[in-house]
Design a binder for this molecule. Structure first.
Ligand code: ZN
Length: 429
């Protein structure tokens, strides 16, 4: 697998269809992979008319997996060091919480940042779920720790209730997380009657428009070395020529973007690092559980891991019915089909997930798409299996993370992260 990071900088206002997004910053501030794929395919056709062979290799064969591009801009701040613009952008999981009044990361710490911090609650929820039913009441103290804001100012605890925190962020340093912020507004348009050329009654739609200068980031995955060379040459050519247009309103001068791609070596994503991340999460959870030895001693011989969605994921069963969740059977099935590894004894422990409707336009063909249902970005599923399965399980999970799961992975759907490092953030940061 080869990785190319792709950075997009808006040179004119950038308008993205927002009708497919359900709610919140977490689901709207991105450029869908299908839009990226569509725009690149259109540009390729213009530059290389008649070259069906390479077009097929780049856009139809499945060798190139285009990503969703996530917001990668920040508020202007003198205190910020030079940030490596190729650091990955991640979505926060649905288990992330922040103060209801002053939400956001503590970093950068200066007087302009009034945020009270963010933390993850997956380990808390897991311990609560695993607690024996008969005295669940005592376990409530575990959950209470994250229900109010713990920020202290002049020895006074904030104490406001907490809410789920949705954002895109970069990990600048071990404990320094920086949330992306972009300026955008909603533009409302009226529909036009095709016969009379006048306003069509009852048709009103929204477009989300990002200001000039807004940046986005994503990671292209290429499974084939020769296709990768072909893609790199093509991307370099359009980058130099400033030929790329993204989103809607292109005839009105919108969507002119500057594109920068770079080969991404991924030392942090080798199998050894993967294994370490999973083991660290499991041992953190075990260590927390040891505080409650009498109630939670039974979890010691289990291996815990989380499956967190980094992009919307479309899963269907054999009869093409959509899955709204990922249970143990679905996961075992994926491991068997994609990694050829039969793993038994996986149990679902806890999840926080939501489903969204995906509508939209098939930009490759210029036709409307049928609606589909996806499990939202940031959804978290926690599983356990007997510790004895660990050696067999880890390589299989690694493959799943590399390949992605479900339908339309070439358009950025189905990016997953196993035991996302964010779940280790149990202290406010
Ligand atoms: Zn607070």
């Amino acid at each position: 697998m080869k990785y190319l990071s792709i950075r997009v900088i808006a040179q004119s206002p950038l308008s993205i269809r927002s009708d497919h997004a359900s709610s919140g910053a977490g689901t709207t501030s991105y450029i869908p992979g299908s839009t990226v794929l569509g725009s690149l395919a259109t540009t390729y056709k213009l530059l290389n008319p008649g070259d069906a062979h390479n077009f097929e290799r780049l856009f139809l064969s499945g060798a190139v997996r285009f990503p969703n591009l996530y917001l990668a801009s920040y508020k202007k701040n003198q205190k910020l060091p030079d940030i490596n613009k190729n650091l990955p952008i991640y979505p926060t999981p649905k288990t992330a919480i922040a103060c209801k009044r002053q939400k956001g990361f503590l970093y950068p710490s200066d007087q302009n940042n009034e945020s009270h911090g963010v933390r993850d609650t997956l380990i808390d929820h897991t311990l609560f779920t695993e607690w024996p039913e008969k005295d669940k009441v005592t376990a409530l103290t575990i959950l209470e720790a994250s229900q109010t804001c713990a920020f202290e100012h002049n020895h006074q605890r904030c104490g406001e209730p907490t809410n789920r925190y949705e954002a895109y962020y970069r990990r600048i340093n071990d404990k320094q997380l920086l949330a992306s912020e972009g300026k955008y507004h909603l533009q409302t348009h009226t529909g036009i009657n095709r016969f009379s050329g006048t306003i069509e009654e009852g048709i009103l739609y929204n477009r989300q428009v990002f200001d000039e200068g807004t940046q986005f980031w994503g990671l292209i995955k290429v499974t084939d070395e020769t296709v990768s060379t072909l893609l790199e040459d093509f991307l370099e050519r359009i980058a130099k020529g400033g030929l790329m247009r993204l989103g809607t309103g292109r005839t009105r001068g919108m969507g002119k973007v500057f594109l920068i791609t770079e080969n991404q070596s991924r030392e942090t994503d080798t199998f050894a690092a993967f294994q370490q991340r999973l083991d660290t999460f499991n041992s953190m959870l075990q260590q927390e559980a040891r505080k409650y030895q009498t109630q939670l001693s039974q979890i010691e011989d289990q291996y815990y891991f989380a499956l967190t969605l980094h992009s919307p994921t479309i899963l269907t069963d054999a009869l093409f019915r959509y899955h709204g969740t990922i249970n143990a059977r679905i996961l075992e099935d994926l491991l068997y089909k994609q990694a050829k590894t039969p793993i038994h004894g996986i149990q679902h422990v806890y999840h926080q997930a939501q489903v969204q409707r995906i509508t939209g336009w098939q930009e490759l063909w210029g036709t409307p798409r049928t609606n589909e249902y996806a499990i939202e970005t940031g959804s978290v599923f926690l599983f356990k299996c007997p510790h004895a399965q660990r050696t067999k399980l880890l390589p299989a999970l690694y493959q799943l993370e590399e390949q992605g799961i479900g339908k339309r992975t070439i358009e950025g759907f189905g990016r997953i992260c196993i035991s996302d490092a964010f779940h280790q953030e149990v202290t406010w940061l």
